[in-house]
Write a new protein. Structure first.
Length: 403
């Protein structure tokens, strides 16, 4: 399947039309233009400048948010999906988004449903997204489905930003400290070592420690840097494996302070996904399966698989949730109340809002404690460097005054 640019005139009005289209060949593009009432003047294949779609990167979260918002607006305006998606593709700035929309448009023109067209791109649209769209098409509430998906994706983006914000300040401070230590150890301390060697006296332990550290960095610093790069690459690869990812997520959940915020964020995502799936009319089993795939958390996937088996055997959702180990006592109480009142989706949405608020509070508290701790560590490091450099000079000054 290739991409083509076309130029033509609309029959009747003579309006000049240009655009791009993905098809098997130029004749398929000409046939499609004829169906649209456009007389093709020129059809030019575009050179392929990107990797094949299965190897392409995912859309950015903002691009996916933009897509769901625009699709909801198209459905609200009552425009035909094929015409609306073609307009979005022509106005898209991102080449990846444009290519995606053209692929979806081609699937629609081939007679497939919108959910089927989205299912052709599993790296972009998760199973929950596809099921919600399919349910919207079946019930004729596609606009509401896209609005729910936009809210869901916006919630996920907020969670990721909150997670990144919690790590940004510590990462910046630690990086700055490591760079400062590297510069001082390689360029600053060796300059003072020449002065210290002329003293002919026993140096303080702080100074001897700094000189030893500087000597190590000067002679083995490049090997240390290569070792750190290799360690970072190896760790990054291991975290992509199922076992490594499971260990890393378990480690995050056990961290003091940070683990609580992470658990609240995860629970908010699970509750929000369950609420959206049930509100869209999906069965409980399908909702559990889709949420497990969309959350992309090994521990949640295993718990959800166990819950699906228990619900299939006739167990209630509350009892299956209690044995899963994912939900807190408060969340279990809300689920039980939702089952009894028949408003499970509403109470799950309230649970998601509550733990969303709790995660914000936990991250704010963590940042409140983290800032003074990092400031104290930086102050101790500066004190160590200052004392190690200036103590011998002060001793030399006292000796000179006595003479």
């Amino acid at each position: 399947m290739a991409e083509f640019t076309y130029q033509g005139r609309r029959q009747g009005s003579g309006e000049w039309v240009t655009g791009t289209c993905r098809a098997q060949d130029a004749s398929a593009v000409a046939s499609w233009l004829q169906e649209q009432g456009i007389l093709a003047i020129r059809i030019t294949p575009l050179p392929s400048s990107t990797l094949p779609w299965p190897f392409s990167p995912r859309l950015a979260p903002d691009e996916l948010l933009f897509l769901t918002r625009q699709l909801a607006a198209l459905c609200k305006a009552g425009l035909p999906l094929a015409r609306g998606i073609q307009g979005l593709a022509e106005s898209a700035i991102s080449p990846l988004l444009k290519r995606l929309l053209l692929d979806v448009l081609l699937e629609l023109q081939s007679g497939h449903s919108l959910a089927t067209a989205f299912a052709c791109h599993p790296k972009v649209f998760d199973p929950l997204f596809i099921k919600i769209v399919a349910m919207g098409e079946e019930t004729g509430r596609l606009e509401e489905a896209f609005q729910q998906l936009h809210h869901h994706l916006s919630h996920q983006k907020t969670m990721r930003q909150r997670f990144a914000d919690a790590l940004r300040y510590p990462a910046m401070v630690v990086t700055a400290v490591l760079m400062a230590v590297w510069v001082v150890g390689i360029w600053v301390i060796p300059t003072f070592s020449q002065v210290f060697s002329s003293f002919g006296a026993q140096l303080p332990w702080m100074t001897r420690l700094l000189l030893s550290f500087s000597h190590f960095l000067t002679h083995y610093g490049m090997w240390v840097l290569l070792l750190l790069v290799a360690l970072a690459l190896t760790t990054g690869y291991l975290l992509t494996t199922p076992g490594g990812r499971r260990w890393w997520l378990s480690f995050l959940m056990r961290l003091p302070g940070f683990g609580l915020a992470f658990r609240h964020m995860l629970l908010a995502r699970v509750a929000h996904g369950l609420a959206m799936g049930m509100a869209s009319g999906l069965s409980l089993v399908k909702t559990l399966t889709m949420v497990a795939d969309s959350v992309d958390h090994p521990l949640v996937e295993g718990a959800m698989a166990t819950m699906v088996q228990q619900v299939d055997r006739g167990a209630s959702f509350s009892s299956a949730a209690q044995s899963s180990g994912v939900f807190t006592p408060l969340a279990l109480q809300m689920i039980h109340m939702g089952e009894e009142s028949g408003q499970l989706d509403t109470l799950l949405a309230q649970t998601a809002e509550y733990y969303d608020s709790e995660s914000r509070h936990a991250i704010a508290t963590l940042q409140t404690y983290m800032e003074p701790i990092l400031t104290l560590l930086v102050a101790l490091l500066v004190l160590l460097l200052a004392m190690g450099v200036f103590l011998p000079m002060w001793d030399l000054g006292r000796v000179a005054l006595r003479r």
